[in-house]
Design a protein around this ligand. Structure first.
Ligand code: AN0
Ligand code: CP
Length: 316
């Protein structure tokens, strides 16, 4: 696998899920496969889980790891070609990328959406420049439109906890005051659409996601109806995608906060969130502290999804 930016890059999803089980049972089985190989992780944005779990996965495979936080100590990068660089940016990404590529064998990149210009964000310019100019296999650690390592870990988690072959999975929008990307929700929808689960999405009007990711999923605007009978409740905030409202926070209506009253409508559902989560905005203390809250095992599975992806990339 030369690149991993979406579920479509995996040679086979069922095989990847089978590998996840193997990795979990025996995390050090592949410890020779990464010998003398260097992984570079490049962060344009903050991270706790992705930063640690991807390093852990690489160490399990015997790789060396170097990490660069672009905003802490690197030169400010220009990303547009043709710009007269007379401002505060000292280096162009078109030199920086091949230089970074020369020091490593595989590159992971985190570059969030700017949320100003939808067309620009959905072109995934930074990720695609790394793919084009680094000369090395590249994987996404959350791009502008997707977070595939997260969605893969989410799917591994649902497969582990599901009690029926076709669980009802609910993706619910929840309020946050700051504008956040659609990437986690887009990607979750894209991966769940590859399964035969019952998949329902609920959000206030105006928070519709790109149809490319939603595909055939049921959109239910009635919150109570959406929660009824759910086996998994996956909460996430995202800013508006549609029309002139792209990147805007339309409201922070706490009727959408995941609370005990709504969880009582479910089939004793597991609560999931990719983290970091704002308590009592997205989910109440009570719900996230329930034994059915699986946010910690979900985060732990980030090391598993990363190890499966790295293992696949090391083959080439
Ligand atoms: C990011 C987001 O919503 O995309 C990262 C989540 C994994 N969250 C925040 O910026 C709080
Ligand atoms: N879920 C996730 O990607 O977390 P971080 O932003 O902390 O890496």
């Amino acid at each position: 696998m030369k690149q991993f930016t979406s579920v479509n890059d995996l040679p086979s999803l069922p095989e990847a899920l089978a590998w996840a089980k193997e990795v979990k049972a025996n995390p050090f089985a592949g410890r020779k496969s990464g010998k003398d190989k260097t992984l570079l992780l490049v962060f344009f944005n903050s991270s706790l889980r992705t930063r640690l779990s991807t390093q852990k996965a690489a160490l399990n495979l015997g790789m060396n790891v170097i990490v660069l936080d672009i905003n802490q100590g690197a030169w400010k990068l220009e990303t547009e070609r043709g710009v007269v660089m007379d401002g505060d940016k000292s280096e162009h990404i078109l030199e920086a990328i091949p230089v970074m590529g020369s020091y490593c064998d595989i590159i992971g990149v985190r570059a969030f959406a700017g949320l100003q210009d939808r067309e620009q964000d959905y072109k995934e310019i930074i990720l695609n420049q790394f793919i084009r100019y680094s000369g090395k296999p590249v994987f996404s650690m959350e791009g502008a439109t997707r977070h595939p390592l997260q969605s893969f870990a989410d799917l591994i988690t649902i497969e582990e906890y599901k009690k029926t072959p076709r669980p009802k999975v609910l993706l619910t929008w929840a309020p946050v005051p700051k504008a956040l990307p659609q990437a986690v929700a887009n990607s979750f929808a894209e991966w769940i659409n590859r399964t035969d689960y019952e998949f329902v999405i609920t959000h206030p009007e105006g928070y519709e996601l790109d149809e490319m990711f939603v595909q055939g999923a049921t959109i239910e605007y009635d919150i109570e109806k959406a929660y009824r009978g759910a086996d998994f409740v996956y909460a996430k905030n995202w800013s508006a995608y549609t029309g002139g409202n792209y990147g805007k926070v339309l409201h922070t209506d706490r009727r959408w906060t995941v609370d005990e009253r709504k969880m009582a409508l479910t089939n004793n559902a597991y609560f999931m969130h990719c983290l970091p989560v704002r308590r009592n905005m997205i989910v109440t203390d009570a719900v996230i502290e329930l034994p059915t809250s699986i946010v910690i095992p979900e985060a732990a599975n980030r090391a598993v999804s990363a190890q499966v992806v790295l293992r696949e990339m090391l083959k080439h």
